[in-house]
Ligand binder design. Structure first.
Ligand code: ASP
Length: 350
């Protein structure tokens, strides 16, 4: 007789766990229902799986912390050591792509499938998508086909790589895309089909205790820019306690010519990353030669944001700094900065 797959369900809150607060009519929904309730709802659909729920937090995802993500990483390692077949993480969609990215960069899915999901419609909304997303996520997590491919995201019957997925709609139930790549698979009739999953992408190679709980996280600012903006706030960020900054530049990773002195001022005080606000496609390296173009910025010492959104680049730079990379500060040319550049840009390209 074959053993039923055992899947651990870790929950952090979000819309998938949200209802109107008791007695709070008219005040909007909030996370109210933890892992046990989710698992209870799903019981009729998951007869073939032993689902072990574990509520870690009951939070709206904009208020999650990197410490919460590290707590998830520890739980995944524990569950893998206990021999579970897969882990599902449910959380709010607002920062789902950030959690999935960090878990993937930390390599937590090396030993066990990790599948992240959420919902766009709360538990009381007509046509709520939470149960369907959760059942699909459990189906993927229990599938041997999901092993060894890094963190996956199951949403609206599609399966995305945790490295590339991002939220592109604030309301649609198909809110996630992996453009310019695509989903790596789909779930049809409860069966995961994952023809496009690749091997795991490179991970942040730091000793586990470099990210031990309890330490302070370096603050990294995320700054947008646009037509006519000289980015004058950049030079002041270090005085506010920021250890680095990510600029979401225009197009291929560009800022206004008037912003270049302020980018240089920020570089004198810590690392600066340039990403693209376009959302699809890389920061360029060798196309535009004008002041504030990518060639100019990279020559000044700015770190190349590659395929990363600003939000993901901010987290990657935070992890790198916390792990002790880039401590030489300043021109971007010191030995510590070279280690930071090699690590950051290597992961930004993945
Ligand atoms: N709108 C969010 C969600 O879909 C709320 C959150 O991220 O917690 O879950």
């Amino acid at each position: 007789m074959t053993r039923r797959p055992r899947v651990e369900l870790l929950t952090l809150g979000g819309t998938i766990s949200s209802t109107r607060a008791p007695g709070g009519a008219g005040t909007g929904v909030v996370p109210t229902s933890g892992a046990a309730l989710l698992a209870g709802d799903l019981a009729p659909w998951l007869g073939g799986v032993d689902l072990v729920p574990r509520e870690l937090r009951l939070a709206p995802s904009p208020s999650l912390l990197l410490d919460d993500v590290l707590a998830v990483a520890r739980e995944v390692r524990r569950a893998a050591a206990e021999g579970v077949d897969g882990v599902v993480l449910s959380q709010g969609t607002d920062t789902l792509e950030e959690t999935a990215f960090v878990l993937d960069v930390l390599g937590v899915a090396r030993d066990v499938p990790v599948v992240v999901t959420g919902a766009m419609r709360d538990r009381e909304a007509p046509g709520t998508d939470g149960p369907a997303n959760l059942v699909a996520a459990v189906d993927v997590a229990a599938s041997p086909a999901a092993r060894g491919h890094g963190v996956l995201v199951a949403f609206a019957d599609a399966v995305h790589s945790g490295r590339h997925v991002r939220k592109v709609s604030s309301t649609h139930t198909s809110a996630f895309t992996s453009a310019p790549w695509g989903p790596v698979g789909h779930v049809h009739e409860r069966v995961p089909h994952l023809p496009l999953v690749a091997g795991p992408a490179p991970v942040l190679g730091v000793p586990p205790d470099a990210l031990a709980p309890g330490g302070a996280w370096p603050a990294v600012a995320l700054v947008g820019t646009g037509l006519g903006d000289d980015l004058r706030l950049l030079g002041s960020l270090a005085d506010l306690g920021y250890a680095g900054v990510v600029v979401e530049g225009m197009g291929g990773g560009h800022v206004a010519a008037a912003a270049v002195p302020h980018v240089r001022a920020a570089l004198a005080r810590g690392p600066v990353v340039v990403c693209s606000r376009a959302g699809v496609g890389p920061v360029l390296r060798r196309t535009y030669g004008y002041p504030g173009g990518e060639i100019d910025l990279l020559a000044a010492g700015v770190l190349w944001g590659g395929m990363l959104t600003g939000a993901k680049a901010r987290l990657l730079l935070t992890l790198c700094l916390r792990a002790g990379l880039g401590t030489s500060r300043g021109s971007g040319q010191g030995p510590g900065d070279e280690a930071l550049r090699a690590t950051f840009e290597g992961l930004a390209a993945a």
